[in-house]
Design a protein around this ligand. Structure first.
Ligand code: 6GU
Length: 247
């Protein structure tokens, strides 16, 4: 998967050199490139924002640097020079890169969305700051391609950078080969729509607390039933909104 990130804080993304995503980059499973939005400004002060039309507090990100930065990536992902003899030409069925803008005004990012995004060959993340990006940027690129505004949850971050990091971690681990043991992806919170069951390891007794005896029983049927019960109990207590309506 190729991932492009546009930001005014490229240094935020140096942490993507480490851990699982870092390894996936080294092994070539993820080709991740970070672009500085200010490289696409043409004024002396490299300004990326201006006051909002209609008034109001805060600043809005100007459309021109965004347009140029995205155009630049689009021409590099599908370089025109390659169109003559490249073996993997973009075809009519190729939907092209998916443009994602993190925004508290977007649709909610979920495990289901992460699974869909993990199937995309090209993702472009545009990290907004201030009060947001000029609406025409979304409208312009949605006309010829796919654009989604995506939110992590109902709270406000100062910018999209941390949100993009979270999305890349959630999506990256679902790319085949990134997580060593694919079975570890199955029994996790949200994969079956429920929260995960509690886990225990050795020692069997610690500070007066024993591991639930069923887990030491060797009875796999009983263990599976107990874990399911724990998932349902925990989900009902902490996240009742995840349970299907009772009938
Ligand atoms: Cl994706 N962006 C920002 N700026 N704030 C958020 C968010 C995203 N998700 C929740 N809050």
């Amino acid at each position: 998967m190729r991932i492009d990130i546009i930001t005014i804080f490229p240094e935020f993304f140096s942490v993507l050199d480490v851990s699982l995503v870092g390894k996936a980059r080294q092994s070539g499973l993820i080709d991740l490139r970070v672009h500085n939005l200010r490289d696409h400004t043409h004024d002396r002060h490299h300004s990326v924002d201006d006051t909002p039309y209609g008034g109001g507090a805060g600043m809005v990100m100007k459309p021109e640097p965004w347009g140029d930065a995205i155009d630049d990536i689009l021409t590099h992902v599908y370089p025109v020079a390659d169109l003559t003899d490249a073996p993997d030409l973009p075809t009519a069925t190729d939907a092209g890169p998916l443009l994602i803008f993190p925004s508290p005004a977007g649709e909610l990012f979920t495990q289901a969305m992460a699974r869909k995004l993990a199937e995309e060959p090209n993702l472009i993340f545009g990290c907004g700051r201030y009060e947001g990006i000029d609406q025409r940027v979304f409208d312009h690129f949605a006309e010829a391609g796919r654009v989604r505004l995506v939110s992590l949850g109902d709270y406000v971050l100062n910018g999209g950078e941390v949100a993009v990091m979270a999305m890349i971690e959630a999506v990256g681990r679902l790319i085949p080969g990134v997580v060593g043991n694919p079975e570890s992806l199955v029994e996790e919170s949200h994969e079956d729509g429920l929260l995960e069951y509690p886990s225990y390891t050795k020692p069997a007794a610690w500070r007066g607390r024993d591991v639930p005896p069923v887990l030491l029983s060797g009875n796999h049927g009983a263990i599976a039933a107990w874990r399911r019960e724990q998932q349902l109990e925990r989900t009902a207590r902490v996240r009742p909104d995840l349970l299907p309506p009772a009938n």
